[in-house]
Write a protein that binds this ligand. Sequence first.
Ligand SMILES: Cc1ncc(COP(=O)(O)O)c(C=O)c1O
Length: 409
Amino acid sequence: MILERRSASWMKKGDAVLMATYNRFPLVLEKGQGATIVDVDGERYLDFVSGIAVNALGHCNPHLVKVITQQSKSLFHVSNLYYNVPQIKLAELLTSRSFADRAFFCNSGAEANEAAIKLARKYAKASRGADCFEIIAMNGAFHGRTLAALSATGQGKYQKGFEPLLPGFRHVPFDDPEAIEEAITARTAAVLLEPIQGEAGVRIPTKGYLARVRKICDAHRLVLIFDEVQTGIGRTGRLFAYEHEGVAPDIITLAKGLGGGVPIGAMLATEAVAQAFSPGSHASTFGGNPLVCAAGVAVLGHLTENFLKKVRERGAYPIDRLAQLQKKTDLIKEVRGMGLLIGVDLAVPALDIIKRGHQKSLLLNRTSDYTLRLIPPLNLRKAEVDKMMTLFTDILMEFPDVETRPPKS
Ligand SMILES: Cc1ncc(COP(=O)(O)O)c(C=O)c1O
């Protein structure tokens, strides 16, 4: 008798009751440790997706498990009508290690951006006039699925069918400071951008771009908002990606890696801008509850300067290995990245590579039809990169029209 795989049975049940908002892969994941994840049938996978850049310390990091377990024994949740210690500790850590003076906590990246949009509007209206509310955002940007964040997003494919979008957003090309300058009007309140565009395929702007944007914002008294939901919390090898260029924003938004896997978002701001919010301006029932904030404190505790240096080194290694592989095959068009946020442009559909990866027990992610994004845990081991490279090379070799050739001189 052939036993039905447990995953098949769960997928059937899931397809009957879950809303079809995802094209899910046929994997039902059950447990994990570090960069390894195991499905309900006991199959083990090397995970280079990390819940899309969320599991910064890998799956079930023992220290994180201990901290969350301990916190769950004392207090899960209290309203923001009261103070709680983990929330204060996390705000202290985030502000002491960034340009910011104050923190607001929420539950996701989209919510952090909603908060940032509201704060920028409130600040600009109060300081420059009621008509001042427009935000200049970037083509190709991704800021989340709630309506204001979706309106700020610069990719029509996510917006289609949800119109009318929220008014007050103008989109300009990314990495083009002149385009920002040209789009400024008397109504402009803020500029919103990702220091590296993640969902657009790991697009790294020209050196000096962020400084130019900062200068423009200062000259026109605009609030500068960096969406570091994906690039923040050590992903690029610095705690925040803006540190690579030494250019600080007025507001930053965070989520993904901040809780190491528990849902938490944050918006940080300078004192001057944060003053625009007063009691009642904004709120979140779950935002900053003790359970998720205790996890955030544990994650930040791990991300010491020494750890971040190692993330830079760990990231340089797969980028170098991929660049070496690129010299041997025309299937890889470009490799780019910073820290452990890596994009690989391919000449073959990324989905084909991902599906073959599953057969070889490797989880990979794509941002578009021909671009893979590697976003493994930040404490990835060298042996895991080597294994990924072996599997990835094997997968590429399976394509019949692959031309492997000696390294280009
Ligand atoms: C840069 C950026 N901003 C915002 C978001 C939205 O975050 P969330 O899915 O937690 O709402 C994402 C998610 O991928 C993101 O990459």
